[in-house]
Design a protein around this ligand. Structure first.
Ligand SMILES: [Zn+2]
Length: 169
């Protein structure tokens, strides 16, 4: 099968601090006549900007704030009631037979999938009669991310204990 390629155009302005060209996307604001935005924070350098989009142009000023990335340690203490997650999933379905293909959901969730990935697809957390149980997590501490290449997946238990001594028993 041979299909036509297409280009989707998006509109951005550069970061006034680090000059990253596509730092801030404004495509969604151009549909309106005039729109205030911000503060938004640059993913590259963290500087905050605010401004207005009008007439196809953008007026930008520094917000006077910047975002500092951290890793934050939370604890889920033992619960009186079980905690339930509603997770966005999917089936792979044979288009000819409508039959669901692939591994079982039990294997997918209980053996194959990293719990971190499961959490990133969570649509709801329920416990007792509460479908939005604020306060289930205890905040234990924060550490600034100083390495721009930081990826938590590379960290061992020992690495995490160095960052968060609270983890040592
Ligand atoms: Zn920047």
């Amino acid at each position: 099968m041979k299909l036509q390629l297409s280009i989707k155009q998006t509109w951005h302005f550069e970061c006034p601090s680090c000059k990253k060209l596509d730092a801030f996307e404004v495509s969604h604001l151009l549909k309106d006549v005039r729109e205030d935005f911000g503060p938004w924070y640059c993913d590259n350098c963290g500087i905050g900007v605010k401004g207005k989009v009008s007439g196809g142009a953008v007026a930008v000023e520094l917000s006077g704030t910047r975002r500092e990335d951290t890793v934050d340690l939370l604890r889920l203490p033992p619960q009186a009631d079980p905690l339930y997650l509603v997770v966005k999933g999917f089936n792979i379905v044979d288009t000819a037979t409508n039959e669901v293909k692939g591994c079982s959901k039990e294997y997918w969730y209980e053996a194959h999938n990293c719990p971190v990935n499961v959490l990133s697809h969570t649509e709801a957390i329920l416990t007792g009669n509460d479908s939005d149980p604020h306060g289930i997590f205890e905040y234990l501490g924060s550490s600034k991310i100083t390495d721009p290449e930081f990826d938590g997946a590379d960290f061992s238990v020992e690495d995490w204990c160095t960052i968060f001594p609270q983890l040592r028993k």
